[in-house]
Design a protein. Structure first.
Length: 76
């Protein structure tokens, strides 16, 4: 595990476990349940889809009406 000079751990997305839509004020936001490298599935976190797409854009490919996600092993 890498650590930044400020003492914060650098984590890498390992897999996407689930998707959900949540209502924030007056708009719907898609969130992705992410399992991080060096952490188990029970420690997965819900992250905003747009933030994950910006940070890991190489994992998202457009197919039809929705983006599909690819892992290193293939599509998720």
């Amino acid at each position: 595990m890498q650590v930044e000079p400020e003492g914060e751990a650098l984590v890498t997305l390992l897999s996407i476990l689930d998707w959900r839509e949540v209502q924030l004020q007056k708009r719907a936001v898609t969130q992705i349940k992410v399992q991080w490298q060096h952490y188990g599935p029970d420690e997965a976190t819900w992250e905003d889809e747009e933030l994950i797409k910006k940070a890991y854009s190489e994992l998202f490919v457009t197919k039809g009406h929705r983006d599909d996600v690819q892992s290193q092993e293939g599509e998720i």
